[in-house]
Design a protein around this ligand. Structure first.
Ligand code: NDP
Ligand code: GDR
Length: 334
């Protein structure tokens, strides 16, 4: 039985990756960090795993190197997926230092712990298309010049280079997956797709009237998280460690995502959507459109979801959740 450590297991990708690895017979050590917010809410993406005998939840902070040393020494993992991050690009402009500590140093601490305690452990780093920044040369691939425009992307780019340095200098099996945006019903509620699907569901049920958004012209290559975690795992099963791009190869604007969801829900954008400069970023990434050809040719990765299926699933799941909450409130009032 293989053992994998997944940091950031309560997040979107950590939860899908846990599902996949447990299904494949792994023992999964998922890490979360304690915060004052209630445990149940924090663990909502992994509630279904908490009683699984092959899933162990461990407390760790990736900026605390000792917690990573302890985990690697105790569990002697075969694979380590570094997914923990301050992952909100907009927030990184307000918290550049802690974002860098988590997104850059968190990666370095893990690489060092592996090098010193279990050098045969394979390492996956969650790199990002944000590293291409304002370079709009499309489609973006492994040869595209990086041009980060946020503290988030700068920290991720430093970590990205650290990964290839550990691969070349120390012989660690370390891969970076440069992943383009991927979403799902488990996506955090302050990312634009989920903000839109949740708001559309609430407007439909009469629970909300207005949706305030920022820049609608940004274009993103949006895929489904379930497809992307499969790609992460495939990268670590190849004979040699390498870097890859995971993307759908198609791009859509935020406006197009909004239109699709509102049309599907039978709502009129003009009646509900307000542009609020509060959600503009000091510097924007205008267009992301990835080239996944290496991933497809070398590893045989093929995404199962398309843009419309993704948007539809997210809206339907939000509608169900909001309907359930509404009925619970009505029940408790009668
Ligand atoms: P999420 O924001 O959903 O999850 C991030 C996780 O990291 C959360 O569980 C969070 O826990 C945890 N975390 C944050 N800080 C720390 C810390 N100091 N120590 C331990 N855990 C911490 O992100 P996603 O699942 O969407 O993304 C996974 C990774 O992939 C991230 O690294 C992200 O930057 C990267 N990525 C994501 C893409 C996407 O489109 N989703 C695309 C490209 C890259 P808490 O609740 O405590 O904050
Ligand atoms: P992104 O995702 O920054 O691409 O990073 P996000 O959904 O936050 O923004 C996408 C685009 O939508 C515009 N936008 C808004 N964004 C948010 N969050 N809220 C709004 O109200 C809003 N209105 C318009 C943004 O300006 C942006 O152009 C995600 C994260 O998962 C990163 O961790 C990951 O590395 C990248 O994707 C690839």
């Amino acid at each position: 039985m293989k053992t994998a450590i997944i940091t950031g297991v309560t997040g979107q990708d950590g939860s899908y990756l846990s599902d996949l690895l447990i299904d494949k017979g792994y023992k999964v050590i998922g890490t979360y960090r304690r915060t004052v917010s209630d445990f149940e809410n924090k663990c909502q993406n992994i509630t279904h795993l908490l009683d699984d005998g092959n899933f162990i939840l461990e407390e760790a902070d990736v900026t605390d190197s000792s917690s990573l040393y302890r985990l690697i020494s105790e569990y002697q993992p075969d694979e380590y997926y570094n997914l923990a991050a301050q992952s909100h690009v907009g927030t990184s402009f307000k918290t550049p230092v802690s974002t860098t500590e988590i997104n850059m140093m968190g990666c370095l601490y893990a690489l060092e712990a592996i090098r010193l305690q279990k050098p045969s452990c394979k390492f996956y780093q969650a790199s990002t298309s944000e590293m291409f920044g304002d370079n709009t040369q499309c489609p973006q691939g492994l040869d595209t010049h990086f041009s980060p425009v946020s503290p988030y992307a700068c920290a991720k780019l430093a970590a990205h280079h650290m990964v290839s340095t550990y691969r070349k200098s120390y012989g660690i099996y370390a891969c970076s997956g440069i992943l383009f945006n991927h979403e799902s019903p488990r996506r955090g509620e302050n990312f634009v797709t989920r903000k839109i699907t949740k708001a559309a569901a609430r407007i439909k049920l009469g629970l909300q009237d207005e949706l305030r958004l920022g820049n609608l012209s940004a274009q993103r290559d949006w895929g489904h998280a379930a497809d992307y975690v499969k790609g992460m795992w495939m990268m670590l099963q190849h004979e040699v460690a390498d870097d890859y791009v995971l993307a759908t190869g198609k791009t859509n604007s935020v406006q197009e995502f909004l239109e699709y969801v509102f049309d599907y829900a039978g709502l009129d954008i003009k009646d509900h959507v307000v542009i609020d400069p509060k959600f503009y970023r000091p510097c924007e990434v205008p267009k992301l459109w990835g080239d996944p050809s290496k991933m497809m040719k070398t590893l045989g990765w093929v995404p199962e979801y398309d843009f419309e299926e993704l948007a539809m699933e997210m809206y339907e799941q939000d509608l169900k959740k909001q309907y359930f909450k509404l009925n619970k409130t009505i029940d408790s009032n009668v």
